[in-house]
Write a protein that binds this ligand. Structure first.
Ligand SMILES: NC(=O)c1ccc[n+]([C@@H]2O[C@H](COP(=O)([O-])OP(=O)(O)OC[C@H]3O[C@@H](n4cnc5c(N)ncnc54)[C@H](O)[C@@H]3O)[C@@H](O)[C@H]2O)c1
Length: 467
């Protein structure tokens, strides 16, 4: 089949490359000529494991093409995917559908009379109806079919997720649309991927309900983690204890600094707005959103707690900036509000991320960008682990401790054990497990490294049984 993919971002590029890999002929379109230019020259504009090889292989075999000219992609296409962005609309939190509708108008102007238009972008219930209305208005004699096919891939594991989906949702209100989309996914269907056929509106809602549920699961565990700290329980054991229950499941139960990224925050906001418009407020989702927003900035207090609440003049090293490992995506990353809060408290901030530095430079100013984790912690008064990149999981702790002005680590991903950190002479705080130190003891006004180090050891000793 011949397929056009409108929008060549994280979803459009991964989907386009995977669909080409199934054997279809795919042309990816984007308005961003720099992006298309780099793709044509063999460069991949985003970091996603395995994507470069997949794109190159399919380009080489003549199944994957890139262009800025929509008409070039649409000529003879059997199906057109819309995979443009749907960010939060400035001011009110609704999904901004201007890119979707603009793409729709462009498609309608160049479409063959019987193509199927498939919305892969995450869009609120009823958007497919509007896409269909726009196309029918512009092509009153055309035979248009508009299908919803939401995408569930995760950045960092996008190719695997696309090729081994838990389910493929096809929301079609007519047989022709259903048949064409089924044909596109036939190789996955043969591999036993479950296909769920629904109405278009149901498919649109499945995507939002799915993201809101996962966001709620994370937020629930984050609040349980806060309770663990107060009552002396260990959130990792609580999480394991509840996750072994098949009705709950072990995934999305890791406590952390709050969810971020290009999807959950904006999708949760958009679902809340849709529900309010229909006068069915979703109270649980509203609570999830507000708890999560407060949490990201509040993580700065975990750092200031080690200095009796006073961070002015301290240097804080931030390890990890992207919203999760294996991506360079900085959209709504928890590191952003955390760093802003640290700066508001008067701290100087040094940062390092294995892949996200270029994207970070567009949003984070007034920070020192470092070459690696050890460079980053040099002379720092505290280090905060924000993203659980593999390379942060086995840091040389002695080297780290010797480089730091004051050996304080705040681990927002619980990747180290409090006992091991205490043994290495660190004052260590994490999420949902008691810190190894009595925070107030760490504040030493004279800023002398030796007296601070002595204080870390002393405060860790007095914390004794709490770790
Ligand atoms: N990123 C994810 O992990 C993920 C996962 C599932 C679903 N989604 C959804 O998929 C959609 C796309 O997300 P993304 O992260 O790929 O966005 P993105 O911002 O990375 O990419 C969107 C691309 O569309 C291009 N574009 C916009 N209007 C265009 C037009 N008229 N013609 C051609 N190109 C146009 C932009 O230049 C951009 O390159 C969103 O609705 C998102 O919610 C994203």
């Amino acid at each position: 089949m011949r397929i056009a993919m409108i929008g060549t971002g994280y979803v459009g590029l991964v989907s386009g490359a995977c669909i080409a890999d199934f054997g279809h002929r795919v042309t990816c379109v984007d308005k961003d000529s720099a992006k298309i230019c780099s793709l044509k020259s063999g460069e991949i504009p985003i970091y996603e494991p395995g994507l470069k090889d997949l794109v190159q292989a399919n380009v080489h075999q003549g199944r994957l093409h890139f262009t800025t000219a929509l008409s070039e992609a649409l000529g003879g296409a059997d199906a057109v995917f819309i995979a443009v962005g749907t960010p939060s609309r400035r001011g009110d939190g609704h999904a901004d559908l201007s890119y979707v509708y603009e793409a729709t108008r462009e498609i309608a102007a160049a479409l063959s009379d019987s193509a199927v238009v498939i919305t892969k972008s995450t869009v609120p219930v009823g958007t497919g109806d509007e896409v269909e209305r726009i196309i029918r208005e512009m092509r009153p004699h055309g035979d248009v079919s508009v299908v919803s096919n939401p995408e569930f891939l995760r950045e960092g594991a996008a190719i695997h997720d696309f090729k081994h989906p838990d389910r493929i949702v096809i929301g079609a209100d007519d047989e022709r649309g259903k048949k064409i989309v089924t044909e596109i996914y036939r190789p996955l269907y043969l591999n036993q991927a479950p296909i769920l056929y629904t109405s278009r509106r149901t498919a649109e809602l499945i995507k939002y309900a799915s993201n809101a549920f996962l966001a709620t699961k994370i937020t629930f565990m984050n609040e349980i983690a806060d309770l663990c700290e107060k009552v002396g329980a260990d959130v990792q054991e609580v999480s394991r204890g509840i996750g072994l229950d098949n009705r709950i499941g072990p995934k999305f139960l890791h406590a952390g600094p709050g969810f971020g990224g290009s999807c959950f925050p904006k999708d949760v906001r958009a679902l809340i707005k849709t529900a309010q418009d229909y006068d069915v407020p979703l109270r649980i989702v509203e609570a999830t959103e507000s708890v999560n927003e407060t949490r990201k900035r509040a993580m700065a207090r975990k750092v200031s707690a080690a200095f009796a609440g006073v961070l002015r003049g301290e240097t804080v090293a931030v390890l990890g900036l992207t919203f999760k490992p294996n991506t360079d995506d900085m959209r709504e990353a928890p590191a952003i509000p955390l760093i802003t809060a640290l700066q508001d408290m008067g701290a100087r901030v040094r940062v390092y991320d294995p892949m996200g530095m270029e994207q970070a430079k567009q949003v984070l100013t007034d920070v020192t960008y470092c070459q690696g984790p050890y460079d980053c912690v040099e002379e720092a008064d505290a280090a905060v682990i924000v993203t659980e990149w593999e390379q942060f999981r086995a840091l040389e702790l002695e080297r780290l401790r010797d480089l730091m002005a004051c050996p304080v680590i705040v681990d927002l991903r619980n990747i180290y054990s409090p006992e091991a950190m205490k043994k290495q002479g660190f004052a260590y705080a994490c999420i949902g497990r008691a810190p190894t130190f009595q925070p107030v003891n760490l504040y030493v006004p004279d800023h002398s490294a030796s007296s601070r180090r002595a204080n870390v050891v002393a405060s860790s000793d007095t914390a004794g049984g709490r770790s």
